[in-house]
Design a protein around this ligand. Structure first.
Ligand SMILES: [Zn+2]
Length: 343
């Protein structure tokens, strides 16, 4: 933990080592000079950037390669020679990873790990594909060519930069990434709120992480075979229970946000949209209380066979919010405004 946060400023050595290796790999993949980089490039990178190790690879190369997906996801590149940039797996255009954007075409690639350079012949793009292509692959090929036909390799030196900072990769930037401080998990600010009691914070955290035993998760673990909601013809996920299920729709109608709930795919989207609309920082607390009572009502239905009336669910949310206001008197007034809307 950093000193500024009350720690001793001691680094996590294992993470630090991982960050050093990632930085080394990003240097190798950006035309860095130096005998060690040249040797590794000559030995392992020839028209292709392998994602998997093969027999005979040194332990050093194996541990470098294990970090390749991380480096490719954390950086974007400006191809110049294109020797050290993966055509499909690196972000070297404004289209993101080509393997995701042109996923059908990607399945036709002769070498899915080819470099950018290997896909150019005499200054023109010539993508190695397994022919014949299906109609959708042909369509994606045309779309891809339209987007890259103006990109020329000028042969000066490939460059990489961190997506998080826009600066060249560094051990510090990778360390921040690995220690989760480089990436912000947005629901954190909705979960760890003063007004919410500790055990309910954990419940809210589990919900946003998708870790509750909803039927979609239980079927994935083979704990049950029916993933359907017991009230409506839909897959029972936490997003369904919170946003689209019959009972939740009643709650959101009462708050006049039913339409936003219906058009949001995830809870995070919904919370963000309503926060932007209302500008009220206590909204996530209201959402957490609604989520908690909707979950309890769902459990009561499934485990005890009791169907809770809408008025009862609304009354329980109001009561929960009223209890929570004691924990954060500053926000109490605004939290109670949400509770009143539910009466
Ligand atoms: Zn449902």
């Amino acid at each position: 933990m950093p000193k500024q946060q009350g720690g001793l400023g001691v680094r996590n050595l294992s993470l630090h080592n991982k960050a050093l290796m990632a930085n080394l790999l990003s240097k190798l993949l950006s035309d860095s000079e130096g005998p060690c980089f040249s040797w590794l490039a000559r030995r392992y990178l020839r028209d292709s950037i392998p994602q998997e190790t093969s027999r005979g690879d040194t332990p050093f190369w194996r541990s470098l390669l294990a970090l390749l997906p991380t480096v490719q996801n954390a950086t974007r590149c400006r191809p110049s020679t294109g020797d050290k940039i993966s055509f499909w797996h690196d972000q070297w255009t404004d289209l993101g990873h080509l393997k995701d954007r042109f996923s059908v075409l990607f399945t036709f690639a002769k070498d899915q790990h080819c470099t950018v350079r290997s896909q150019q012949r005499n200054g023109d793009w010539d993508i190695d594909l397994l022919l014949p292509l299906t109609d959708s692959a042909q369509l994606q090929l045309e779309q891809l060519m339209q987007r890259i036909h103006l990109i020329q390799l000028d042969g000066v030196g490939d460059e990489r930069e961190m997506i998080t900072t826009g600066k060249p990769p560094s051990t510090a930037a990778f360390y921040r990434l690995f220690s989760d401080r480089g990436m912000k998990w947005q629901p954190a600010e909705w979960v760890w709120r003063k007004a919410i009691p500790h055990r309910h914070k954990i419940f809210t955290w589990l919900s946003f992480r998708g870790r509750l035993n909803t039927k979609d998760n239980m079927t994935a673990k083979c704990w049950c075979s029916d993933a359907g909601c017991d009230l409506c013809p839909a897959l029972e996920s936490i997003h369904h229970i919170a946003l689209h299920c019959k009972t939740s729709t009643w709650v959101w109608e009462k708050l006049n946000v039913a339409e936003t709930a219906a058009t949001s795919n995830t809870m995070a989207q919904f919370v963000t949209k309503i926060q932007a609309l209302t500008g009220d920082s206590t909204w996530p607390t209201c959402f957490a209380a609604c989520l908690l009572e909707l979950w309890k009502a769902r459990n009561d239905r499934i485990f005890n066979g009791r169907s809770m009336a809408t008025a009862t669910i609304l009354m329980r949310i109001r009561e929960t919010l009223r209890l929570w206001t004691c924990r954060s008197p500053k926000e109490g007034q605004r939290i109670m405004t949400w509770a009143q809307k539910l009466s």
